[in-house]
Design a protein around this ligand. Structure first.
Ligand code: NDP
Length: 317
């Protein structure tokens, strides 16, 4: 039986693995069969992760985290979790290949998935003009024209942030009313670099190697048109990946896993959560990494308690 199993291999999962491994807990990391490394595997250059003054490519950063975890004894399995048994003192994790792993503690760090528009070329041009993160990629669009899709706070925030770099932002929203808060909406509206395009859906993203434009349709009149843009920022919300723990762990109103205060302790003893799956607000690699640290330390303390309790029971016998 393992001390701890970490589910997820983004910055939260790998940082938890580094800390747990250095605490001699020999963690098993379930890294996913396809999406190992998390969202940073889909980004290009990361310029805001401390310690890399020249920037680092997202996949390189994740490879370094993985190597750092392995160096201290973390074992990584590239498979998907298909089911979990989390309620007893022994946790069990079953993988797609049928393997079943047991541990005293589980750290759940499955991240969140940005919602996609579902357009044919969206994935192909991801990292080549299509982005889900202005903080990460905005600086690559200096003096360009970009589109931000969405009508919530994320879209307002992305559009406003992008005006630091770009010449023009088209804020494209499919309806007439906004989910965004008044303050953020007013700020975006007051910015002369942002042009609001309402009642409009994006139907196509054009570009061979890089994004060159988008095809739009007016949701009221049905009229079609194209816009020349070099960037498309999709800001239509994100969903924490909690499908494996629905009905098992307590969730918040926002759909993230509920944790106790600033800790990573979930509603079940021995189960800890970290990264975007607990964070509806900040969603940065560095905050996820910090959250992974918290989870590893919480798991370590929990395991010490379990160990002390079993030693006391053995002595009593
Ligand atoms: P929201 O769910 O609030 O808004 C999503 C927006 O995207 C809506 O306007 C929705 O349109 C639109 N949308 C959804 N699906 C599609 C689609 N397929 N095609 C086109 N448009 C689509 O998500 P956010 O990420 O904006 O915000 C999530 C939470 O995070 C909120 O609670 C928000 O307040 C918070 N947040 C806070 C920030 C801050 O305070 N600094 C910054 C960012 C987020 P429609 O309205 O027509 O359904």
């Amino acid at each position: 039986m393992r001390h701890v199993i970490i589910i997820g291999s983004g910055p939260a999962g790998y940082t938890a693995a580094i800390y747990a491994a250095r605490a001699n807990l020999a963690p098993l990391v379930i890294a996913s069969s396809v999406e190992f490394g998390g969202e940073l595997m889909k980004t290009t250059e990361v310029e805001n992760f401390p310690g890399f003054p020249e920037g680092i490519m997202g996949p390189d950063l994740m490879t370094r985290m993985q190597q750092q975890a392995e160096r201290f004894g973390a074992e990584i399995v590239y498979d998907d979790v298909v089911s979990l048994e989390l309620d007893g003192p022994v946790k069990a994790v079953t993988l797609g290949n049928g393997d079943r792993h047991e541990a005293h503690a589980v750290i759940y760090a499955t991240g969140s998935a940005y919602r996609k528009l579902g357009l044919p070329d969206e994935d192909r041009l991801s990292g080549y003009g299509v982005s889900w993160c202005a903080t990460c990629d905005g600086a690559f669009f200096r003096q360009k024209t970009v589109a931000v899709i969405g009508g919530g706070d994320s879209a307002m925030e992305e559009a406003t942030f992008l005006t630091r770099f770009v010449d023009k932002v088209y804020l494209i929203h499919r309806s007439e009313s906004f989910r965004a808060s008044a303050a953020m909406l007013d700020r975006a509206k007051a910015d002369e670099k942002i042009e609001f395009v309402m009642n409009t859906r994006v139907e196509q993203i054009f570009g061979t190697d890089l994004v060159s434009g988008i095809g739009l349709v007016d949701t009221v009149t049905g009229e079609q048109r194209t816009l020349d843009v070099q960037g498309v920022f999709v800001a239509i919300g994100a969903d924490p990946r909690t499908h494996l723990v629905h009905g098992v762990l307590e969730l918040t109103e926002q759909g993230t896993i509920a944790v106790d205060g600033r800790s990573s302790r979930t509603s079940l003893p021995g189960v800890f959560a970290a990264g975007d799956v607990v964070d509806p607000t900040y969603k940065q690699a560095i905050t996820a990494a910090g959250s992974g640290t918290v989870a590893a330390l919480d798991a370590q303390h929990y395991l010490e308690t379990v160990h002390d309790a079993s030693r006391a029971a053995a002595t009593a016998v």
